[in-house]
Design a binder for this molecule. Structure first.
Ligand SMILES: Nc1ncnc2c1ncn2[C@@H]1O[C@H](COP(=O)(O)OP(=O)(O)OP(=O)(O)O)[C@@H](O)[C@H]1O
Length: 468
């Protein structure tokens, strides 16, 4: 199989065989060609050379959901396949079909719910149900757990294992090597459009796969310099709401020269916190930053001007303008202070420091692979000597090597005297980077741990709503 996009040979001669009843993991660096290969197998992208043979329908659950937010669950699941009575859609039969499908696969969802009101984990069930209604013989899952909480991941894979047990051939594209080891039978490793290794999962390890993906050792994290934090950000009884996310009476500080990790399960007030600091929503309560009050009604531009940089959690909707070039996206937010002729150099610096591929400032951001888009977003935030960095899931969808690079850059920003608020759903990321860990649950801060006192068990229990 081969496919080229302009100068980029995304897939360069790949053979892949999926077996009924087996979960096959496809791993590789950002931009290795995994999503392109899945899209070719599904029929959404045409191969330049090669062919696809399948013993039945092929289903694909996309990395970025393809749901129509304003429609109901049953309308999304059955779109274009609605049961009819004469010309009319038989709504009762449609509801019943979706309910039965959910019960069969352990994916219960209210068929009448409007999709945009649903949390991410449930939206993904809807995506999966839509594919399952077509009774696929082959099911392709592109980074299916990137947005799921730890509990949701286990139940998601229980469903997938059930499908495999019924004889479906399954491909999981993922960056989470622990999931590869726990749930797959076979693993294929891609690099730069080609297959570099194939294994029976039982005969390999996460460390070996990581080395094969990166083509060498995974880089070690930057060393933390001994820094005595100076006061930078202080919140006192700060409350805010953003959409369904609610933060209640947060009181904490972030010093210049420290990384404060916020540990919590998605949906526990993190979005309200990030948006309040970004100036996207107002807050109530008291906040001081860099020797002066932080006004609750500041605009994002005013926060930027004071040295606050945000790495938003959703790169496609909140961080990048997808049909603009990498160069213009890197300049975004600095367009008034940076002369037009300096845009190219600023972009080239980010591309070099963050290993953005392809290394082309004129590339359209939307055509970069997900992980490379994320490098641009993090690179932009750290490029202009920030005082405070609000990093919300900074390595979501990023390969192990690139994740280490981005985490190292955050640590270097801290060493250089920036304050970093690291909001992440990945405890390993928080433990690797943070000087202090605060636990958030139900919109409230429920625990605080110095780096030396980090206790995974207690933090996990607090995140789940347990007592300290
Ligand atoms: N529509 C497109 N136009 C131009 N280039 C593209 C297009 N789709 C993919 N590419 C390029 O093809 C290469 C492979 O991309 P692909 O999305 O398949 O990688 P991936 O392995 O899935 O990466 P990630 O893990 O970051 O999602 C990348 O260099 C990407 O920039």
């Amino acid at each position: 199989m081969r496919r080229r996009f302009g100068a980029v040979q995304a897939v360069a001669g790949v053979d892949l065989e999926l077996v009924p009843g087996e979960i096959h993991a496809l791993v590789g660096e950002n931009g290795a060609g995994k999503s392109t290969l899945a899209a070719i197998a599904y029929g959404a992208v045409r191969a330049d050379e090669g062919s696809v043979e399948a013993n039945g329908v092929v289903g694909l659950v996309h990395q970025h959901f393809k749901l129509i937010d304003r429609l109901r669950v049953w309308e999304n699941v059955l779109l274009n396949r609605e049961p009819r009575r004469g010309w009319q859609i038989d709504v009762a039969a449609a509801r019943e079909r979706v309910r039965r499908l959910g019960a069969t696969y352990g994916l219960e969802v209210d068929p009448d719910a409007i999709v945009e009101t649903l949390p991410v984990g449930i939206k993904q069930r809807v995506e999966l149900l839509r594919e399952l209604d077509r009774e696929p013989a082959v099911l392709l899952l592109d980074e299916p757990t990137a947005a799921l909480a730890p509990g949701e991941i286990a139940s998601f894979f229980a469903t997938v294992q059930g499908l495999a047990a019924r004889g479906t051939a399954i491909l999981v594209v993922t960056h989470k090597l622990a999931e590869v080891i726990a749930y797959s039978q076979r693993v294929t490793v891609m690099r730069a459009g080609t297959v570099v290794a194939r294994h029976l999962t039982a005969q390999t390890s996460a460390e070996q796969i990581a080395r094969e993906m990166v083509g060498g050792d995974v880089p070690a994290l930057a060393t933390r310099a001994a820094v005595t934090p100076r006061p930078l950000l202080a919140l006192r009884d700060v409350s805010a709401a953003s959409g369904t996310s609610v933060l209640e009476r947060a009181t904490f500080e972030v010093g210049a020269g420290e990384i404060v990790g916020i540990a919590g399960i998605e949906g526990n007030g993190q979005s309200a916190l990030a948006d309040a600091l970004a100036g996207v929503v107002r807050f109530s309560g008291d906040a001081a930053f860099d020797g002066a009050p932080l006004e609750p009604g500041d605009t994002p531009a005013q926060r930027l001007a004071r040295g606050i940089r945000v790495i938003p959690q959703d790169r496609r909707h909140e961080a990048l303008i997808l049909d603009w070039s990498v160069r213009d996206n890197v300049a975004l937010g600095r367009q008034r202070s940076l002369p037009l002729r300096a845009f190219g150099d600023a972009a080239r610096e980010v591309i070099a420091a963050y290993d953005v591929r392809p290394p082309n400032p004129d590339a359209v951001a939307g055509a970069l692979s997900g992980g490379n888009q994320q490098k641009v977003v993090v690179g932009r935030a750290l490029a202009s000597a920030p005082k405070l960095v609000v990093a919300y899931q900074p390595t979501r969808g990023v390969d192990v090597g690139a994740a280490a690079l981005l985490q190292s850059r955050l640590i270097e920003a801290r060493n250089a005297g920036a304050g970093v608020l690291l909001i992440s759903f990945e405890l390993d990321e928080i433990f690797a980077c943070a000087d202090r860990v605060l636990v958030i649950a139900g919109g409230r801060f429920v625990g605080a741990f110095a780096r030396a006192e980090i206790d995974r068990g207690r933090i996990g229990a607090l995140m789940a709503g347990g007592a300290a």
